[in-house]
Design a protein around this ligand. Structure first.
Ligand SMILES: [Zn+2]
Length: 128
């Protein structure tokens, strides 16, 4: 449950930050005419905010991987919590890839979720 919330957060956080900065840009643009120092302050705040955003991304992905490794170690899928449905295959890119039969989600041995497109890119037969 916590893992799924964390995974959803990590998936949507980039878009959230994009809209936050878009809103800040519009606000700063309007401030140029009303209160010019405010626009400068917003710009500096936005630049400093990048460090905070980066820290949040690193920390939240770190916790997501810890939870995923813990669940995979217990032989259950972190996404759908289906037991005994994991298929482990060796991979040339990662040590091993764990695939869930229940939801089809792929994980690398470090706990990172692998998007299905990443795997298909390796397959040259898809181009035909
Ligand atoms: Zn699953």
């Amino acid at each position: 449950m916590i893992y799924r919330l964390l995974a959803k957060f990590n998936d949507d956080f980039g878009l959230f930050v994009f809209f936050l900065y878009l809103a800040a840009f519009i606000l700063a643009f309007l401030m140029v005419f009303i209160f010019p120092p405010g626009a400068l302050a917003l710009m500096l705040l936005g630049l400093i905010g990048f460090v905070g955003v980066w820290l949040i991304v690193v920390i939240m992905r770190f916790f997501e991987r810890i939870l995923a490794r813990k669940a995979l170690g217990d032989d259950r899928c972190p996404c759908c919590t289906v037991a005994s449905a994991l298929v482990v295959t060796p991979s040339k890119e990662w040590d091993s890839v764990v695939c869930c039969d229940g939801c089809g989600q792929l994980f690398e041995s470090g706990g990172r979720r692998i998007q299905a497109e990443d795997e298909e890119e390796d397959d040259p037969e898809d181009d035909l």
